[in-house]
Design a binder for this molecule. Structure first.
Ligand code: DX5
Ligand code: ZN
Length: 212
C-alpha cells in the first residue's frame, strides 16, 4: 500500500519541517488539497505556497483539485510538475478534454468520485486516466469520519479497471486509519491518503508503516 499524507492536517506554521518530516518518515507522495470556496465550502492553499512545498519535498506531489473551473487551476499548478492531478467528475462538462489537457503537461491525470457518484460514470473515461480517487468522506475538510460501505464501489471499480485499463490505480481519500486499512487493501486499493491519522500521531514513520 502506497501512502500519501494530506498536508491539510499539518501544522501550517511549520509547514517546511512538516513536509521534511513526512518525507523522511517514508511517505510515497505528498497529497495537496486545493479548495476554492465554491466547489467545496472551504479554502486552502494556492500555487505560491505549493511551489514552496514542491521545492522542499523529496517525494512527488499528488494534487487534488476541489474547484470549479478546473482548467484554470490546472494551468496554475502544472508548472510545479506534480505526479498526479485529480479532478472531480461532478464538476466537468468536458472531462475527456480536461484529461487530455492535464496529460499534455506531462502530468498523470486522475478522476475523483464523490461519495454519491457511481463508478459507472467512469466507463467511457477509464482507459484514458492513470488513477481513480474515491472519496470516503464528503470533500472540504480533514478529520471527518470514513463513510462505511464504500468497499462495494471500489470492488466494482476494480473489476472495470481489470477489464479496460489494468494499470490504472485506485486511491482512497478521507477518514483512512489503521482500522479501515485492511478492508481497503482487500478490495484492491493502491494508494491511501491520510491526513489527521498521520499528523495527530507523534511518530509519523510509525503511522505511515501501520498503513503500509
Ligand atoms: C478532504 C480532503 C482529504 C482530507 C484527508 O476534502 O480531500 O485529503 O484532508 O484528511 P483525513 O485523513 O483527516 O480525512
Ligand atoms: Zn484530498
Amino acid at each position: 500500500m502506497l501512502v500519501a499524507p494530506s498536508i491539510l492536517s499539518a501544522d501550517f506554521l511549520n509547514l517546511g519541517s512538516e513536509i521534511k518530516s513526512i518525507c523522511q518518515a517514508g511517505c510515497d507522495y505528498v497529497h495537496i488539497d486545493v479548495m476554492d470556496g465554491h466547489f467545496v465550502p472551504n479554502l486552502t492553499i494556492g500555487p505560491l505556497v505549493v511551489k514552496k512545498v514542491a521545492e522542499i519535498s523529496s517525494k512527488p506531489l499528488d494534487i487534488h483539485l476541489m474547484v470549479r473551473n478546473a482548467g484554470f487551476f490546472v494551468d496554475l499548478f502544472a508548472p510545479l510538475k506534480p505526479e498526479f492531478m485529480s479532478v472531480h467528475i461532478e464538476e466537468e462538462k468536458h472531462l475527456h478534454r480536461l484529461i487530455q489537457y492535464i496529460r499534455s503537461y506531462g502530468i498523470r491525470p486522475s478522476v475523483v468520485l464523490n461519495p454519491h457518484s457511481s463508478e459507472e460514470t467512469l466507463k467511457y473515461i477509464i482507459k484514458d486516466i492513470e488513477m481513480v480517487l474515491v472519496m470516503s468522506v464528503n470533500p472540504g475538510f480533514g478529520g471527518q469520519k470514513f463513510i462505511d460501505g464504500i468497499e462495494k464501489k471500489i470492488s466494482n471499480l476494480k473489476e472495470m479497471i481489470d477489464k479496460y485499463n489494468p494499470s490504472c490505480l485506485i486511491e482512497v481519500d478521507g477518514g483512512v486509519n489503521n482500522k479501515n486499512i485492511d478492508l481497503l487493501k482487500i478490495v484492491g486499493v493502491d494508494i491511501v491518503v491520510a491526513g489527521s491519522y498521520i499528523f495527530t500521531n507523534n511518530d509519523y514513520a510509525k503511522a505511515i508503516s501501520s498503513l503500509r
